[in-house]
Write a protein that binds this ligand. Structure first.
Ligand code: CA2
Length: 143
């Protein structure tokens, strides 16, 4: 099974700032642990602070992956271009957030990516990524 994990703006700083919201582990080290826990899954990892680069990556992996796990950061709240990109590829996407966006400021309560995704996982810290991988693996297993 091939799963592509795509991260958006500022997520490269996870673990370095605002640990009360995003935890103290770096995203890179977490994702390495995640990959080690799923030796049968072929992962690709991508992070960019640029909207167009995220869209290019969705186009690159979306025809070949069995699933996309996407944390688009703040773009989740307003990027119709990223939502369009998710709709333009066959791979199912799971939208992920480290924090519980619904317990934060009003502007973070809405996601334009949610309607373009098969599901949303938010609020479980970095474990949100593992839960998304589990969801995609269960979807594939159950057809
Ligand atoms: O909770 C999430 O995963 C978010 O996608 C994180 C985004 C935020 O804009 C979304 O509303 C929710 C922010 C990315 C992380 O930003 C950092 C800022 C400072 C230090 C570390 C990370």
């Amino acid at each position: 099974m091939k799963i592509s994990i795509i991260n958006g703006p500022n997520l490269n700083l996870t673990g370095q700032r605002e640990p009360e919201i995003y935890g103290s582990q770096s995203l890179d080290s977490y994702l390495q642990m995640l990959a080690a826990a799923y030796p049968d899954v072929e992962f690709s990892f991508f992070q960019s602070n640029c909207e167009g680069a995220i869209i290019d990556e969705i186009h690159r992996v979306g025809f070949d992956s069995d699933g996309i796990v996407i944390n688009a950061g703040a773009y989740a709240h307003y990027s119709l271009a990223i939502a369009d990109a998710l709709r333009s590829v066959p791979a199912p996407a799971v939208e992920v957030h480290i924090s519980n966006i619904y317990a934060r400021e009003q502007a973070r309560h809405h996601s334009v990516l949610a309607p373009a995704s098969v599901g949303v996982i938010a609020g479980f810290g970095l474990d949100s990524y593992r839960l998304a991988v589990e969801a995609l693996a269960a979807m594939q297993k159950n057809g």
